[in-house]
Design a protein. Structure first.
Ligand SMILES: [Zn+2]
Ligand SMILES: [Zn+2]
Length: 117
Protein backbone atom coordinates (compact mmCIF):
# COMPACT_ATOMS: atom_id res chain seq x y z
CA UNK A 1 0.00 0.00 0.00
CA UNK A 2 1.19 3.49 -0.73
CA UNK A 3 0.30 7.01 0.19
CA UNK A 4 -0.40 10.11 -1.81
CA UNK A 5 1.13 13.24 -0.35
CA UNK A 6 1.18 16.86 -1.41
CA UNK A 7 4.17 19.14 -0.84
CA UNK A 8 2.90 22.41 0.59
CA UNK A 9 4.71 25.50 1.82
CA UNK A 10 3.47 28.73 3.34
CA UNK A 11 5.24 30.64 0.52
CA UNK A 12 2.61 29.33 -1.88
CA UNK A 13 4.64 26.41 -3.27
CA UNK A 14 2.45 23.39 -3.84
CA UNK A 15 3.29 20.21 -5.76
CA UNK A 16 1.48 16.92 -5.94
CA UNK A 17 -0.08 14.59 -5.30
CA UNK A 18 3.13 12.55 -5.09
CA UNK A 19 3.23 8.79 -4.78
CA UNK A 20 5.02 7.44 -1.69
CA UNK A 21 5.72 3.77 -1.06
CA UNK A 22 4.65 1.22 -3.64
CA UNK A 23 1.55 -0.58 -4.84
CA UNK A 24 0.69 -4.25 -4.48
CA UNK A 25 2.26 -5.14 -7.83
CA UNK A 26 5.65 -3.52 -7.38
CA UNK A 27 6.18 -3.46 -3.63
CA UNK A 28 9.18 -5.79 -3.70
CA UNK A 29 11.09 -3.97 -6.43
CA UNK A 30 10.50 -0.29 -5.89
CA UNK A 31 9.62 2.23 -3.26
CA UNK A 32 8.89 5.85 -4.00
CA UNK A 33 10.18 8.37 -1.51
CA UNK A 34 9.89 12.17 -1.42
CA UNK A 35 13.03 13.81 -2.79
CA UNK A 36 14.21 17.25 -3.71
CA UNK A 37 15.39 18.15 -7.20
CA UNK A 38 17.70 21.17 -7.15
CA UNK A 39 17.40 21.63 -10.92
CA UNK A 40 13.59 21.79 -10.94
CA UNK A 41 13.35 23.38 -7.46
CA UNK A 42 10.62 20.88 -6.81
CA UNK A 43 9.75 18.13 -4.36
CA UNK A 44 9.25 15.01 -6.44
CA UNK A 45 8.88 11.32 -5.75
CA UNK A 46 11.76 9.05 -6.77
CA UNK A 47 12.38 5.29 -6.54
CA UNK A 48 14.83 4.76 -3.67
CA UNK A 49 15.64 1.21 -4.89
CA UNK A 50 16.93 2.61 -8.17
CA UNK A 51 20.46 4.01 -7.78
CA UNK A 52 21.22 6.66 -8.63
CA UNK A 53 17.71 7.97 -8.13
CA UNK A 54 16.64 10.42 -10.77
CA UNK A 55 14.06 13.17 -11.12
CA UNK A 56 11.03 12.12 -13.21
CA UNK A 57 10.86 15.65 -14.62
CA UNK A 58 14.45 16.39 -15.69
CA UNK A 59 16.30 13.04 -15.24
CA UNK A 60 18.83 14.76 -12.98
CA UNK A 61 20.04 13.61 -9.57
CA UNK A 62 17.85 14.10 -6.52
CA UNK A 63 18.30 14.26 -2.76
CA UNK A 64 15.91 12.21 -0.66
CA UNK A 65 14.38 14.30 2.09
CA UNK A 66 13.14 11.25 4.00
CA UNK A 67 15.87 8.79 4.96
CA UNK A 68 15.07 5.12 5.57
CA UNK A 69 16.07 3.73 8.95
CA UNK A 70 18.11 0.60 9.34
CA UNK A 71 15.97 -2.14 10.77
CA UNK A 72 17.78 -3.62 13.77
CA UNK A 73 14.63 -4.75 15.50
CA UNK A 74 12.48 -6.69 13.04
CA UNK A 75 9.80 -7.26 15.66
CA UNK A 76 9.34 -3.55 16.15
CA UNK A 77 5.92 -2.46 15.04
CA UNK A 78 5.85 -0.60 11.75
CA UNK A 79 3.85 2.62 11.99
CA UNK A 80 0.78 3.01 9.82
CA UNK A 81 2.61 5.55 7.65
CA UNK A 82 5.75 3.42 7.38
CA UNK A 83 7.05 0.74 5.03
CA UNK A 84 9.62 -2.01 5.11
CA UNK A 85 11.76 -1.56 2.01
CA UNK A 86 12.77 -4.55 -0.14
CA UNK A 87 16.20 -4.39 1.57
CA UNK A 88 14.57 -4.46 5.06
CA UNK A 89 15.14 -0.82 5.88
CA UNK A 90 12.17 1.02 7.33
CA UNK A 91 10.78 4.18 5.83
CA UNK A 92 8.54 6.50 7.79
CA UNK A 93 7.26 9.64 6.15
CA UNK A 94 7.36 12.46 8.64
CA UNK A 95 4.88 15.26 7.86
CA UNK A 96 7.68 17.78 8.28
CA UNK A 97 8.62 20.54 8.29
CA UNK A 98 11.27 20.27 5.60
CA UNK A 99 13.26 22.97 3.77
CA UNK A 100 11.22 24.30 0.87
CA UNK A 101 12.85 24.04 -2.60
CA UNK A 102 11.47 27.47 -3.51
CA UNK A 103 11.91 29.73 -0.47
CA UNK A 104 14.55 27.65 1.44
CA UNK A 105 12.66 28.01 4.71
CA UNK A 106 11.77 25.11 7.01
CA UNK A 107 8.09 25.57 6.28
CA UNK A 108 7.44 22.76 3.79
CA UNK A 109 5.00 20.10 4.89
CA UNK A 110 4.03 16.77 3.35
CA UNK A 111 0.42 16.16 4.34
CA UNK A 112 -1.05 12.81 3.35
CA UNK A 113 -3.91 13.35 0.92
CA UNK A 114 -4.86 9.79 0.05
CA UNK A 115 -3.89 6.13 -0.26
CA UNK A 116 -3.55 3.64 -3.06
CA UNK A 117 -2.78 -0.06 -3.42
ZN1 LIG B 1 14.23 17.70 -11.79
ZN1 LIG C 1 8.39 27.79 0.41
Amino acid sequence: MGLLITAECSCGYRHGPLTVGAGMINFDTECYVPARCDSCHDIISADIMNTPATCPQCDGGVTFIVEPLDSQTPTEEIPIDGWVLPDDRILVVDPGPYPCPRCDTMTLHLPVTGMFD
